[in-house]
Design a protein around this ligand. Structure first.
Ligand code: PGA
Length: 252
């Protein structure tokens, strides 16, 4: 199975900065000779720029196998929803993916399970792939509810989805996001194994499981060895090509 390296740039990077990133990334990937020709047979790169930079990312990724998409979409394709982003418009910009349910969306913007489910259903109807984020808060972990919370987010968010279509699930413990406090290997192992079995029980055939939360060049190698960790959703360390590349290289 391919390893996925997904970059969540959050509210960072102008279109020009996004362009510069991709020029340097393409140079490192294709020209510097550091990667095998068949790199994309074994790996997948997905960039999540802010919506205003999507067009710039799209034009620079054209003709490459670098995937991309918005960090959020609304649950309706179009209509009177001032300020929202349309999956249909993103698709017109050739986006193949979208993040759904990032903990910052759940917490700061109060997005609830039902809305996230509608977003996942819309993406599936457009043949786009959701990178659906789930994860527990520190309080939930400390009170022993980690798996229960993750399973209920999965059940609610993936309700009525066609289990034969591709889905990417990103396990991101909220307390590990942007904190420098990465989950231990044992914690990641336990949750990923449980999520793997749960998704199978739910009938999903084509899914990949990402870990996210303070992934850095120095912890990426060990995390990638954990069974059922198929790649990463990377925030802070994806903002510079150098650290992003080091994480990718940790998986080679
Ligand atoms: P981080 O963010 O790598 O900066 O912890 C991950 C994420 O929010 O997806």
């Amino acid at each position: 199975m391919k390893k996925i390296f997904a970059a969540n740039w959050k509210l960072n990077k102008t279109p020009e900065e996004s362009r510069r990133f991709i020029i340097q990334l393409k140079n490192d990937l294709f020209q510097a000779g550091s990667f095998e020709k068949n790199f994309f047979e074994k790996n997948e790169i997905i960039l999540f720029p802010s919506a205003f930079s999507l067009e710039a990312v799209s034009s620079l990724c054209a003709g490459t196998q670098i995937g991309f998409g918005p960090q959020n979409i609304y649950s309706e394709k179009s209509g009177a929803f001032t300020g929202e982003n349309s999956a249909l418009v993103a698709q017109a910009m050739r986006a193949q993916f979208a993040l759904v349910g990032h903990s910052e969306r759940r917490e700061i913007f109060k997005e609830a399970d039902q809305l996230l489910n509608q977003k996942n259903l819309l993406l599936q109807s457009l043949k786009m792939t959701s990178v659906f984020c789930i994860g527990e808060t520190l309080q939930q972990r400390e009170s022993g509810q980690t798996l229960q919370v993750c399973f209920s987010q999965l059940e609610a968010g993936l309700k009525n989805l066609n289990a034969n279509e591709r889905i990417i699930v990103a396990y991101e413990p909220v307390w590990a996001i942007g904190t420098g406090r990465v989950a231990t290997i044992e914690q990641v192992q336990e949750v990923h194994l449980a999520l793997f079995s749960q998704l199978q029980k739910m009938g999903f055939g084509q899914f990949q499981l990402l870990y996210g939360g303070s992934v850095k060049p120095d912890n990426a190698g060990a995390l990638l060895k954990v069974p059922h960790v198929d790649g990463f959703l990377i925030g802070g360390a994806s903002l510079e090509v150098e650290s992003f590349m080091k994480i990718i290289k940790a998986g080679l």
